[in-house]
Write a protein that binds this ligand. Structure first.
Ligand SMILES: [Fe+2]
Length: 241
């Protein structure tokens, strides 16, 4: 399935899934041309809903200041960019990122990534009583490609601990299998991939702003807590049909 088909499929999903690709984007009229205005989507649960694993204060600062700042800066950068780029969907700007002129390229990498990654990240979590184990096709892939859930958790944690400085760890579908990837800063698996061959399933923010208030420097403790609030239904919904 190519990404266009994938997006059509996603836009038809009634809940969860990858509605983020369209739902975080509004059309606005600036003069005669239409351009994209992006919105920082609030987590689909109360900011204290992930307690005691992810604390309310961290969620408040993370969403209201970090996430919203990325989105605001993305919109500012697009408003001053050439008209053609304002009309491109964000995933196209990601796919063609290194061909963009600066300063737009840098803004898409940092602010666009920060905007998109956080919209996605919030949906990767769910209030702890509702967190379940992976099921169905996703569970089968974890067994087949990653040696089972325990080994997947171990490899994901090892990968997340090895991110130097700030970045993200992802579970992606590459068209053949699922695999774990790391990206620095606010980069993501959609960037510089015009072939659109990676599908993010799960994203974990390992910037210190995601855990420092509760866990200080203890990233491993944050990862252990994160594991308890993963929304596996959302992760599974990101698999192409
Ligand atoms: Fe973050």
């Amino acid at each position: 399935m190519d990404r266009r088909s994938f997006l059509v499929k996603s836009s038809l999903a009634s809940a969860g899934g990858m509605l983020w690709l369209q739902s975080n984007m509004l059309s606005a009229r600036g003069g005669e041309e239409e351009f994209q205005v992006y919105v920082a989507e609030a987590p689909p649960y109360a900011l204290d809903a992930l307690e005691p694993f992810i604390d309310q204060k961290t969620m408040e600062i993370h969403f209201n200041f970090h996430h919203k700042a990325y989105t605001k800066n993305l919109n500012t950068a697009l408003q001053s960019s050439a008209e053609q780029y304002r009309k491109w969907p964000l995933e196209k700007l990601f796919a063609e990122m290194d061909r963009l002129p600066d300063p737009l390229k840098t803004a898409i990498r940092n602010q666009g990534g920060g905007h998109w990654n956080h919209n996605f990240f919030w949906k990767c979590m769910i209030a702890p009583p509702q967190a379940k184990a992976p099921q169905g096709k996703l569970a089968d892939l974890i067994s087949r490609d990653l040696g089972g859930l325990d080994n997947f958790k171990k490899e994901l944690t090892t990968s997340a601990l090895s991110v130097f400085g700030s970045g993200w760890v992802w579970l992606v579908w590459n068209g053949v299998k699922i695999e774990i990837l790391k990206t620095p800063n606010q980069e993501n698996p959609l960037m510089n991939r015009p072939e659109n061959n990676l599908f993010p399933l799960l994203g974990i923010d390992v910037w210190e702003h995601a855990y420092y208030l509760k866990c200080q420097n203890r990233r491993a403790e944050y990862l252990e807590n994160f594991w308890k609030v993963i929304n596996w239904d959302f992760v599974a919904s990101n698999l192409p049909a």
